[in-house]
Write a protein that binds this ligand. Structure first.
Ligand SMILES: CC(C)(COP(=O)(O)OP(=O)(O)OC[C@H]1O[C@@H](n2cnc3c(N)ncnc32)[C@H](O)[C@@H]1OP(=O)(O)O)[C@@H](O)C(=O)NCCC(=O)NCCS
Length: 178
């Protein structure tokens, strides 16, 4: 894994098959595809609403404004195909884990099951370690077998903290000391 920090332009990480780098405006269409594919159990504010929002134009504006991707959710590009297949990166700590960042990843369904999420996340964790992070955390739905497996392969373990939602399911907190 090679890492390059371009001042003012974010982080670029490279693995055998992938490049993790800042989003380009033309890729708003990929972000929207990610939104359209979300599981119906995902909260409505993270799904396309009845008016079709966010639209590609709105996501396009968000990329131009550098939000939220500039905080560390990088576009995952396949080096061989040159296509963007989703995102992986770190979200700045919130009140729950002040000062610590959360690992997040989401890929288009057509590329699931080929080890891409694990490969991208390993690079992100290595970058976090080399950047001075001492612990990362993640939240995952109990029913999300694929994501839980990725986090287990990376060495994340459950903290014991969970949030029960009778409708959507339980979310689990996991953490990894670096
Ligand atoms: C989670 C996600 C990123 C995984 O991407 P991916 O590239 O398919 O992941 P990988 O191929 O690296 O690893 C997936 C692992 O889960 C396993 N897996 C997937 N579905 C499974 C299932 N239904 N039952 C058991 N294991 C399953 C795979 O076999 C693989 O494990 P293995 O390497 O031991 O065989 C992808 O499913 C996704 O985008 N989901 C929707 C968004 C999401 O859940 N994001 C994470 C929020 S916490």
């Amino acid at each position: 894994m090679a890492a390059e920090v371009t001042p003012g332009r974010g982080v670029v990480l490279e693995t055998d098959r992938l490049l993790l780098r800042p989003w380009r405006v033309a890729e708003a269409v990929v972000q929207r595809e990610v939104w359209t594919e979300r599981d119906p159990r995902v909260p409505s504010h993270r799904r396309i609403d009845a008016d079709g929002r966010p639209t590609v134009a709105e996501l396009d504006d968000a990329i131009r404004a550098g939000w939220p991707w500039s905080t560390g959710l990088l576009a995952v590009e396949r080096k061989a195909a040159g296509d963007v297949i989703g995102y992986c990166g770190l979200i700045d700590g919130d009140l729950r884990c002040a000062g610590e960042s959360e690992l997040a990843f989401e890929l288009l369904r057509r590329v699931w099951g080929r080890g891409y999420a694990t490969e991208a996340s390993k690079a992100t964790v290595a970058w976090a370690r080399s950047s001075g992070h001492v612990r990362l955390w993640a939240t995952v739905w109990e029913w999300n077998t694929a994501s839980r497996r990725v986090l287990a392969k990376l060495g994340f373990t459950e903290t014991g903290r969970k949030e029960v939602d009778a409708v959507r399911g339980t979310t689990l907190d996991l953490a990894k000391r670096l």
